[in-house]
Design a protein around this ligand. Structure first.
Ligand code: ATP
Ligand code: MG
Length: 430
């Protein structure tokens, strides 16, 4: 016997029955981003490794530890994308988009890859929906982006999510904060985890992002980045908060928020869900402003702000909510005798063309077994097709939830089914 081959650890299959909730999230995102004028971009899953090293940063966990990097047959170092901001920026630069329009709004969705320790809400192939707005330096753009996320979460029915915001300053004011932070962390070196003792040398801001409780306690008592902001950065942050107020968006200022990527300047933000199902993986999404990245990648001096959300975590939250997302068939067609099998196949085909969702068992079998399958299918109605129905052109729609059969002419089944009031919907309209 051949040995069974399993999927790769940390990479999941999504099958019918589960995929519907994903499709609901994705179609809701498409609707919302569309309303805000964000157009979809699709970039390749694989990029030059240098792209992530130069933008995300060599010292981050993402690039330093988690990337799937390999050499192709031509000897190039390539990486499976661990995130979507750098590839989008690369495409923006490569296609000289800034020459065509001053402000561009893009969104993307798709798989990302990180070699992480797996647990609930943390996988090696996971999915993100993200958006980037290029060309506007103003806090209104940051606020607009947060507004998309807020409205998106609202549309999904996820209300138990808190927006955290912070400002990391810019090249002007961050060095002073940086120096103070290093001084402080060095004084508390012994209390930090082994990873953070290393981070302290190479990228001290990362310590604030550590999930270890002791490190978090040290970070909490450390210097407050907001006290170091220069005047323009302070004004930017103040105006952002005022704009959020204008939009009625609730937020918490969290001066320890830094995010796990190197490219941020000024605004950073995170949406944190308080659901116990997620454990430490409670951040459903986050983002920030990266005004320097384009230039750093050899592109134009274009400011940008963006965010990314983890779909896997949104889906976990929605599943906890207990709603069903599968769409049940309108009709199950059963055949009463062998001789009606072809007519059943043809009727199913015609009704599908007319827009009904129809289930038909291609295996045939006894009427009793077909009726069992009809029950299992969750169809609203069953129509039994036999010689008599074929002769007379008349049949009956049997409501599967109970009730009187409804007489129907075989040439007006679709219209009759549509005219029947829906029982309380199983799936939300999207
Ligand atoms: P975390 O702190 O949870 O590791 P992160 O800071 O690495 O998150 P980002 O790189 O900002 O996350 O990605 C944005 C979102 O993508 C996260 O908030 C999360 O919802 C999702 N995400 C990140 N890594 C994973 C993963 N390995 N599995 C599932 N979702 C993930
Ligand atoms: Mg991470």
């Amino acid at each position: 016997m051949s040995q069974k081959i399993n999927g790769v650890k940390g990479m999941n299959d999504l099958l019918p029955g589960e995929i519907e909730v994903w499709q609901f999230v994705e179609s809701t995102a498409r609707t919302l981003f569309g309303r805000f004028g964000y157009g979809e971009v699709r970039t390749p899953m694989v990029e030059d490794t240098a792209l992530f090293v130069r933008s995300v940063g060599e010292e981050t966990d993402i690039v330093g530890k988690e990337m799937y990097t390999f050499e192709d047959k031509g000897g190039r170092s390539l990486s499976l994308r661990p995130e979507g901001t750098a590839p989008a920026a690369r495409a923006y630069i490569e296609h000289s988009v800034s020459n065509q329009e001053p402000v561009s709004r893009w969104f993307y969705m798709g798989p990302m890859f990180r070699y992480e320790r797996m647990k609930t809400g943390r996988y090696r192939q996971f999915y993100q929906i993200g958006a980037e707005a290029y060309g506007a330096r103003e806090p209104a753009q940051d606020a607009e982006l947060m507004d998309v996320v807020v409205q998106f979460l609202e549309a999904l029915g996820l209300t138990d999510v808190t927006l955290n915001i912070n400002s990391l300053g810019d090249d002007n004011c961050r060095p002073a904060y940086h120096a103070k932070l290093v001084e402080y962390l060095n004084a508390h070196r012994e209390e930090l985890c082994a990873d953070c003792q290393q981070r302290l040398e190479r990228n001290p801001l990362r310590v604030l992002d550590c999930k270890n409780e002791k490190c978090q306690a040290v970070a909490a008592a450390g210097p407050n980045v907001l006290e170091f902001l220069c005047e323009p950065c302070r004004a930017h942050f103040t105006d952002l908060q005022r704009k959020l107020g204008v939009l009625g968006i609730k937020y918490v200022v969290n001066h320890r928020l830094v995010r796990g990527l190197d490219y941020y300047t000024r605004t950073v933000f995170e949406f944190i869900a308080s659901h116990p199902a997620l454990g430490t993986a409670s951040t459903v999404g986050g983002g920030g402003r990266y005004d320097k990245m384009m230039k750093g990648l050899g592109g134009p001096d274009v400011p940008a702000v963006g965010f990314a959300m983890g779909l896997d975590r949104l889906v976990l939250l929605l599943k906890e909510g207990g709603k069903t997302f599968t769409q049940r068939p309108d009709l199950f067609i059963a055949v009463a005798d062998e001789g009606s099998q072809d007519a059943g196949l043809a009727l199913a085909s015609r009704l599908r063309r007319e827009g009904l969702k129809v289930d038909f068992d291609t295996r045939g079998g006894s009427l009793k077994s077909q009726m069992k399958r009809a029950d299992k299918s969750g169809a609203r109605f069953t129509l039994v097709l036999g010689e008599q129905e074929r002769q007379s052109g008349q049949a009956k729609l049997k409501p599967m939830a109970g009730g009187e059969p409804i007489p129907v002419a075989l040439d007006s089944v679709a219209a009759t089914v549509r005219a029947q009031p829906e029982a309380p919907a199983a799936a939300p309209a999207s």
